[in-house]
Ligand binder design. Structure first.
Ligand code: CA
Length: 417
């Protein structure tokens, strides 16, 4: 998304992934940035007061009074939105639990049917934006189960509730302003503007600010309609969004690989890039046989360490992160797209006995790494590149496989140091 802001999903999987992408404002697999929860203190009276104050700012930002009244005269506080926003703090999924749901056989079969139903349009979208129809369909499948669950929460009330709640108020106020511009532009009506509890709308769950910048009128009826039953505008908008973020036509997102015995796991992670032929020279091979695909510089990612599946990922992986920064989400999109194109399930398994660390445990992990002299730079519960690097260096120093994999055993080892 343009603002790279954080979002929350209220999507069909009820996945609580913390990410930076066009529609999620919330928390996420593998690491979240979650401020401490605080008491719910936005009462109905507070919201009315807040709307009065916001009106001045909105009018100063170019929203006309009539649009403001039409949009917000009967806006109401949604306690469930606050509850869901707060409840994300501790919850994380392992990547295998995520992928089991994200790339279920039902989602694969429904996706293949959806592609058949909209084949001509998806091909036209691919021709225009360079994004494969299976990638667009996979995003559609993950965001709204191919349009079946677009969300029916009134977007204006959801955004006003979250904006008045000061925890991430500035972000949601920006989104609410964008929603008002959408209405002022006549793109849709307040009643039709519905979506997730966090303000993501339509088939591909766009936040209002991303809509303003990236949504397109693909069917040519003069409106950019991502809310209605017809999905074409939303699908084209998702493709346009990826194209604007640098999607490279013809380049894979990634491919599952098998790493050789004795592989140096310090070479895993997004900071190490080599062309596929150099990886092949190190013994990296495709999990399905045949040569590694071409596609320029690529990294090896092992989201569950050396006991789980490995992926060779290309620059388009980073483009998909614009939708959601979680590795699990991007691998989910990529693998679902592969399955929609006829590929088999992943060849490698996962360490399914392990559980994900809680938010508090990830904070503790980072603090203990820092105390041990392997500084993750930020104590934010997020297992990003800096934390990954610190873990790998610590593992190396301890004589462990330096794969950066975070599980309770790793934390126990740090505690017992
Ligand atoms: Ca249209």
């Amino acid at each position: 998304m343009t603002t790279r802001a954080r979002r929350a999903i209220g999507g069909p999987l009820a996945l609580l992934l913390l990410a930076a992408d066009p529609h999620w404002a919330g928390a996420q697999t593998g690491g979240t940035v979650r401020p401490q929860a605080r008491p719910d203190r936005v009462s109905t009276a507070d919201l009315t007061t807040w709307v009065g104050e916001f009106r001045m700012r909105a009018l100063a930002a170019g929203i006309d009074a009539a649009t403001f009244e039409r949009a917000l005269s009967d806006v109401r506080r949604l306690p469930d939105v606050i509850r869901r926003d707060r409840s994300q703090t501790e919850f994380t999924k392992t990547i295998w639990d995520y992928l089991d749901a994200a790339v279920s056989e039902l989602r694969v079969s429904n996706g293949r049917r959806a592609i058949e139903r909209h084949r001509d349009a998806l091909i036209a979208i691919e021709d225009r934006y360079g994004v494969p129809k299976e990638i667009v369909a996979a995003i559609w499948g993950l965001e709204s189960s191919y349009g079946a669950f677009r969300g029916d929460i009134p977007t204006l009330s959801a955004l006003a509730t979250l904006a008045a709640d000061s925890r991430r108020g500035a972000f949601f106020e920006e989104q609410l302003l964008a929603a008002l511009r959408i209405l002022q532009d006549g793109e849709t009506t307040p009643a039709a503007m519905r979506g997730s509890w966090a303000g993501a709308m339509g088939h591909t769950q766009f936040m209002p600010a991303s809509y303003l910048e990236h949504a397109v009128d693909f069917d040519g009826d003069g409106r950019r309609d991502i809310w209605g039953d017809a999905p074409l505008d939303a699908l084209a908008s998702a493709a346009a969004y990826l194209a604007a973020n640098g999607w490279t036509k013809g380049q894979p997102w990634g491919v599952e690989v098998i790493l050789p015995d004795g592989f140096d796991y310090r070479l895993t992670g997004e900071r190490v890039e080599k062309v596929p032929s150099d990886w092949a020279a190190l013994g990296v091979r495709s999990a399905t046989g045949g040569a590694l695909p071409e596609g320029g510089p690529a990294s090896i990612r092992v989201p569950a360490g050396h006991e789980g599946a490995a992926f060779l990922t290309f620059a388009n992986f980073r483009v998909l992160e614009a939708y959601n920064t979680a590795d699990a989400y991007v691998i989910g999109v990529g693998h679902l797209a592969d399955r929609l194109a006829g590929a088999p399930p992943l060849a490698s398994g996962w360490p399914r006995g392990d559980r994900a660390l809680t938010h508090g445990e990830r904070i503790e992990l980072q603090e203990r790494l820092r105390a041990a002299g392997f500084d993750p730079l930020k104590i934010d519960a997020r297992i990003g590149p800096d934390t990954l690097d610190a873990i790998q260096r610590w593992q190396q120093a301890e004589g462990l496989v330096p794969d950066g994999y975070v599980d309770p055993d790793l934390l126990d080892r740090l505690r017992s140091r």
